[in-house]
Design a protein around this ligand. Structure first.
Ligand code: ACM
Ligand code: ZN
Length: 617
C-alpha cells in the first residue's frame, strides 16, 4: 500500500522550485492499485515517485474543451486529496507536469495508458473519456495527505480499459425526491467509480418527477403525496407531504453535469404499470377511469395504464417525445416491470384491442402479456423513429418483445441468462446482488455486505461464449421506498458501489475478494475526504459458527474483518473489550455449541459495533 519515505533529494528540488517551506516535509506515495483495479499495472518500486507541489502543471491540448474540463477536475482532485494547488495550462514545462493527451492508436474506446516517472506523468486516452478515467485513477492513486505531508504518485505504468461498455447506476426519485444539487453529488460518486451511465428512474406510483409541458397535471397533481408508509410491520404512516419534480431545464442541467464527467443520463418513464401518479392526474388513461389517489404505501398496484386505449398510447408517445427532446441518450428506458393484468382482463377496451390484434394465448404468453408487448412495441417504434433504442425491465420477456429491446434483468440472475439466450442485449442488475436498497441484504455487515456484490458473476457460466456477448453491462440500483435522505442513500451506495465498479470495469479473470479488500481502506479514506457517509458496518466482524462434526457439543468458530483488524470476543454474554480474548483471523476456535459469541474489532483504539452469533437449538 502507501509508502512513507523521507525524500532527502526533495530538498534540492524544492529549493530550485522556490519552495523552501516544503523542504522538511515527508513524502507520502500513493498506490496504483486503485478501485476499480486497472487491467495492467507495472510498478517501478526502485524509481523515484512523481512528487506533487505547487509548481506542478496539469497540461491539456489547446482547443480541447472536454480535456480542459478534465484538467481542472484533476487539479481539484489533487487539491482535495493533498491540499496542494497545482496549475492548469496548455503550455507544458520541461518537467513536473501531468500531461493529458489523446492516443488514436489505443483500440479501447474508454481506455487509457498512464506512465509515471519522477519528472512527469503522461496520461494518454483513446478518447476524452479514456483521459477522464485516467484522471480518476490518478485521483485514487494519490495519498490523502491533506497538506500535512507531500504527496507523490508511484513510478510505474498502467494500461487500462473497461470490461463492460455499459456501467450503470440507477436512482429512483419517484418514491422520494432528491434535489438537483444532491444528484450532482451522487453523479460525482458514480464518476469516482468509473460509472458511465446514470439510469434516472423518474416516475413511480408514488410520484411523477419530470415536467412534461403537454401534460402539466403530471407534476401539478402527480408530484405530490400526502404522506408515506414508514413502518411495514406496524403499517404506520406519517403525514409529511412529499413533493418535488425537475423542470426540463433542471434535467438538462443534470445531463450537462453528468456529460462533463462522461456519464450518460438515461431517463426512465415506467409504463404501463407503476403509473398511479399519472392516473391521479389523468384518470381517463386507466381502464376504469378512476378516480385514483397517489399511494402512500409501496408495492405492485393493479391500477395501470389502459393497454387498449389509443389515447393512452398517444399519451405515452407524447411523453416520450418530450423526454427525447430533453435527453440525448441512445437508450430510453420504458419500464415494463410489475404490470398486473387484472384490470386488462376485465376492461372492454383492452379486450377489444386483443381481439382486433388477433392475440391468442400460448403456453408461454397470455393474451394480456402480448397486449403489453404490443403496447411497448408501438412505443418502441416512436423511439426508434428518432434513432434511439429501448431499454425495459425483464418482465417484458413474458410477452415476446421485439429483439431490439435491451433488457435490464433484475428479477434474478437467471433472468439475465434467459434474456441473453433469447438474443437480447442485456444489462445485469439482479435484486439478489445488485439492488443496494434491498432491506434484507442491507442487514449484511462487514465483508459479507461487499462480498455479496463482489462475488456475483454478471456473465453466467450457463451462457455460451456467443450468448455472453449479449451481456453488455452491469448496473447497481437504489429504490427509494425506504430511502428518504442522503444519509441512507450514501450508506446504501458505499462501499458496495466499489465492489460493483470492479464487476463493471476490472478483468474478471483477475477477480479476487482478498485483493479487493486490500484496496478498500484507501477507498474508504477517499469517501471520508469527500464527506460521503459510507456504511460504517464495513468495520464490523463477521462470525462463522458451525456445529463440530468431530466433537459432539462443540462448535467451530472463525472471524473475518475486511482489513484483518484484531478481533476481541467473549463467550459469556459480556461485552468484548480490548482485554477480552484476541483472535487471529486465520484461527479456528472451538467453543461449547450452546454459547453466544460476541465480537468486536478494535483499530487504533476505535471500536466497531458488536457482532453476535449463536447456533439455533
Ligand atoms: C423493479 O425492481 N421493479 C424493476
Ligand atoms: Zn384497459
Amino acid at each position: 500500500m502507501r509508502k512513507s519515505q523521507l525524500a532527502n533529494w526533495l530538498f534540492c528540488f524544492c529549493m530550485s522550485a522556490g519552495m523552501l517551506s516544503c523542504a522538511d516535509k515527508n513524502v507520502e506515495t500513493g498506490s496504483l492499485h486503485v478501485i476499480p483495479q486497472p487491467q495492467e499495472i507495472v510498478e517501478a518500486p526502485d524509481d523515484d515517485p512523481f512528487v506533487i507541489n505547487s509548481s506542478t502543471v496539469v497540461c491539456y491540448p489547446q482547443d480541447n474543451t472536454k480535456m480542459e474540463h478534465t484538467a481542472h477536475f484533476l487539479a481539484s482532485y489533487i487539491k482535495e486529496m493533498t491540499g496542494t494547488e497545482v496549475k492548469v495550462s496548455v503550455d507544458k514545462p520541461k518537467k513536473n507536469y501531468i500531461s493529458l493527451e489523446l492516443d488514436a492508436e489505443n483500440p479501447h474506446k474508454e481506455g487509457y495508458d498512464l506512465d509515471i516517472t519522477s519528472d512527469r506523468v503522461v496520461l494518454k486516452g483513446a478518447t476524452e473519456a479514456g483521459v477522464f478515467y485516467g484522471t480518476q485513477t490518478i485521483h485514487k492513486a494519490l495519498p490523502v495527505t491533506d497538506g500535512k505531508t507531500q504527496a507523490a504518485l508511484p513510478a510505474g505504468k498502467v494500461k487500462d480499459y473497461p470490461t463492460y461498455g455499459y456501467r450503470g447506476f440507477m436512482i429512483d426519485v419517484g418514491r422520494h425526491f432528491f434535489s438537483v444539487d444532491y444528484l450532482k453529488e451522487m453523479i460525482d460518486v458514480m464518476a469516482l467509480h468509473n460509472i458511465n451511465t446514470f439510469h434516472w428512474h423518474l416516475t413511480e406510483d408514488q410520484g411523477w418527477r419530470i415536467e412534461i409541458k403537454k401534460y402539466p397535471k403530471l407534476t401539478e397533481v402527480g408530484a405530490y403525496r400526502k404522506g408515506t408508509l414508514v413502518n411495514y410491520e406496524t403499517q404506520e404512516y406519517d403525514s409529511i407531504p412529499v413533493s418535488g419534480y425537475y423542470t426540463q431545464e433542471e434535467a438538462r442541467e443534470i445531463i450537462r453535469y453528468a456529460a462533463d464527467r462522461f456519464i450518460t443520463v438515461i431517463p426512465e418513464i415506467d409504463m404501463p404499470g407503476h403509473m398511479m401518479a399519472a392516473l391521479a392526474a389523468y384518470p381517463e388513461l386507466g381502464c376504469t377511469g378512476g378516480p385514483y389517489e397517489i399511494p402512500m404505501n409501496f408495492g405492485v398496484f393493479k391500477e395501470v395504464l389502459c393497454g387498449g386505449n389509443e389515447q393512452t398510447l398517444q399519451f405515452a408517445k407524447d411523453v416520450l417525445n418530450e423526454i427525447m427532446n430533453i435527453f440525448p441518450s441512445e437508450y430510453i428506458h420504458i419500464g415494463g416491470d410489475e404490470c398486473p393484468k387484472e384490470r386488462w382482463r376485465e376492461c372492454p377496451k383492452c379486450q377489444a384491442k386483443i381481439r382486433e390484434l388477433g392475440l391468442q394465448a400460448t403456453p408461454e404468453h397470455s393474451k394480456e402479456n402480448q397486449l403489453q408487448a404490443y403496447f411497448m412495441a408501438e412505443v418502441e417504434k416512436e423511439i426508434n423513429a428518432r434513432g434511439r433504442k429501448v431499454l425495459a425491465w425483464d418482465e417484458i420477456l413474458d410477452g415476446d418483445p421485439t429483439k431490439t429491446t435491451v433488457i435490464t434483468a433484475w428479477t434474478s440472475p437467471k433472468a439475465a441468462v434467459k434474456s441473453a439466450r433469447l438474443g437480447h442485449q442485456t444489462i445485469v442488475c439482479p435484486i439478489t446482488n445488485l439492488y443496494f436498497s434491498n432491506p434484507g441484504y442491507n442487514r449484511l455487515k462487514g465483508v459479507a455486505s461487499v462480498a455479496r456484490v463482489y462475488n456475483f458473476n454478471p456473465s453466467s457460466d450457463e451462457l455460451t461464449a456467443d450468448e455472453k456477448k449479449n451481456i453488455i453491462g452491469v448496473q447497481g440500483c437504489i429504490w427509494t421506498e425506504w430511502t428518504k435522505d442522503s444519509l441512507k442513500m450514501e450508506w446504501q451506495m458505499m462501499p458496495r458501489i466499489a465492489a460493483l465498479a470492479e464487476l463493471q470495469w476490472s478483468a474478471p479473470e483477475k477477480k479476487e475478494l482478498s485483493g479487493f479488500l486490500k484496496r478498500l481502506p484507501h477507498q474508504l479514506d477517499l469517501y471520508t475526504r469527500h464527506g460521503y457517509h459510507y456504511k460504517q458496518d464495513i468495520y464490523d466482524v463477521n462470525i462463522d459458527m458451525k456445529r463440530s462434526e468431530s466433537e459432539p457439543g462443540k462448535a467451530e468458530v472463525t472471524f473475518t474483518t475486511f482489513d484483518d483488524a484484531p478481533v476481541y470476543y467473549t463467550t459469556d454474554g459480556s461485552e468484548p473489550t480490548s482485554s477480552s480474548t484476541c483472535v487471529k483471523l486465520s484461527e479456528r476456535i472451538s467453543v461449547p455449541d450452546s454459547v453466544t459469541i460476541r465480537a468486536k474489532a478494535i483499530r487504533d483504539g476505535k471500536e466497531s459495533e458488536i457482532t453476535e452469533c449463536r447456533l439455533k437449538k
